[in-house]
Design a protein around this ligand. Structure first.
Ligand SMILES: [Zn+2]
Length: 463
């Protein structure tokens, strides 16, 4: 009852009060998601052309970069023609920040988004209000694919509740309107997890939302304490790679499918799974995505195992006019897809997100190895290992952090040496570090494979 009231009364009232069009936009994007793929592509082409002309006319950085590259918006007759345009990297955004802002906007009136810098490159992004409202609508649309309905209570397994920064007003808004319950993952203890479990049993949230590994830890804790009655309508895992073993535990404990979602602070939602949970639909109303040519997998490695084709993702924001990001190399690697989804939506698919570019390691021979496959391989093959984190300090030096149990011993260490030699060759050294838990990033995310050298290699591939 309260959920329905919240959806049909409080949300429209709040949108009206804030002058936001996002609920009207939501109705539009809910209808157009079922358009045939060619209709969606035609709409993307029109949006892309408009964004390119806007950037050419009002954004100093693009006029200079495109003049130098000898390209012009009038060259683009179909989507593939965008390939001739230069890529924008994180380093470009840092170096040319204000030159990427359109001259028709007053910077002081724009929404400012700051990325955490956990990848070593903190960025400031400006977004206009109209684009924010459109992006909000697209995000609600895909959130509802999880089974959740706007207006239902949300439980967030997330670092640092955002409402706290708005003081009393934020707390009141959260209490009466957003009605979110939080588990602060930056300070995850057994007591806090137990208190959160109590809160979600009492409040019965329609959606549980959080980082993959934090959702997994929550599920493990509920399983251990025998809690079996938390049954949300949807679970959304976001902001980091969702491993199959994590998904299986979460789904069993909550009796609900996990919807994997992918996005970034710079352009918001990029893609999300639908009810089919087979690939992720690109948020084509808001972004146009391309992948660079995949590198050949290392010789002798079967597809589906270690060494899947690596394809850095390029994203063009179709709606943010304040700071248009065009062919932005977001820093993640994906496997593209040409399949059509059974759900009937015409929105294009990405097969899966493999991880950040720093989630790959690069061998001395120049081959890329997917960190997700590598860490899973190590975890399965090294006796006595519960979790693995691999840090590539340089092309010839690895740090291997392990959470172990009593059965870990000399045979395990010998197995690690064999795996390192078989995967990387003889010239790569490694240290083994035994830890109680895999350390968290400042943002609250966990990363299981971190390379300090792979980004350079991947950036070289897409220019
Ligand atoms: Zn689908």
């Amino acid at each position: 009852m309260l959920d329905t009231l919240n959806r049909h009364l409080m949300h429209p009232l709040m949108a009206w009060r804030e002058g936001s069009q996002h609920l009207q936009h939501l109705r539009t994007v809910q209808q157009t998601q079922f358009d045939p793929p060619d209709v969606i592509r035609a709409r993307q082409l029109a949006a892309l052309k408009a964004q390119l002309w806007h950037a050419w006319d009002t954004v100093p950085y693009y006029r200079a970069a495109w003049t130098k590259a000898d390209v012009h918006p009038s060259d683009v007759r179909e989507l593939d023609d965008l390939k001739a345009f230069p890529v924008v990297t994180k380093a470009d955004i840092r170096r040319h920040n204000r030159a990427l802002v359109s001259s028709v906007f007053d910077v002081s009136q724009l929404r400012v988004k700051r990325t955490s810098g956990s990848t070593g490159v903190p960025l400031t992004i400006y977004c206009d209000e109209a684009a924010m409202q459109w992006k909000t609508a697209c995000t609600i649309r895909s959130d509802e694919w999880s089974g959740y309905r706007l207006g239902q209570r949300v439980a967030k397994v997330w670092g640092n509740p955002e409402y706290r920064q708005f003081g009393l007003k934020g707390r009141l808004r959260n209490h009466f309107f957003d009605r979110a319950v939080y588990l602060d993952t930056l300070d995850l203890t057994d007591e806090r997890i137990a208190a959160f479990a109590l809160a979600i049993r009492r409040h019965r949230p329609g959606l549980i939302f959080g980082h993959a590994h934090s959702l997994y830890l929550l599920a493990c804790s509920l399983k251990k304490s025998g809690v079996r009655d938390v049954r949300p309508n949807g679970i959304i895992s976001t902001a980091m790679i969702l491993h199959d073993w994590q998904r299986a535990v979460i789904e069993r404990v909550f009796g609900c499918k996990v919807t994997n979602r992918y996005g970034c602070e710079e352009v918001s939602l990029i893609a999300s799974e639908c009810e089919e949970h087979n690939g992720l639909h690109v948020n084509a109303d808001s972004v146009y995505t391309e992948v660079a040519e995949p590198a050949a997998p290392p010789e002798g490695r079967a597809a589906g195992g270690v060494g899947l084709p690596a394809a850095p993702l390029l994203v063009t924001d179709l709606c943010n006019r304040a700071m248009p990001l065009i062919r932005y190399q977001v820093g993640d690697v994906v496997v593209p897809s040409t399949r059509v989804c059974k759900c009937g939506r015409g929105l294009p698919l990405i097969e899966r997100v493999e991880g950040r570019d720093a989630d790959y390691v690069v061998t001395p021979a120049g081959h890329l190895i997917s960190g997700i496959s590598l860490t899973e391989n190590f975890a399965v093959l090294i006796p006595g290992t519960a979790q693995v984190q691999i840090v590539q300090e340089s092309v010839t030096q690895l740090r291997i952090r392990l959470v172990t149990d009593d059965t870990f011993g000399d045979p395990s260490r010998r197995k690690i040496a064999d795996l390192v030699r078989d995967t990387f060759g003889d010239g790569v050294r490694h240290d083994v570090e035994l830890v109680d838990a895999i350390p968290q990033e400042p943002s609250g995310k966990y990363r299981f494979c971190i390379s300090k050298v792979a980004r350079e290699h991947l950036e070289a591939m897409s220019v």
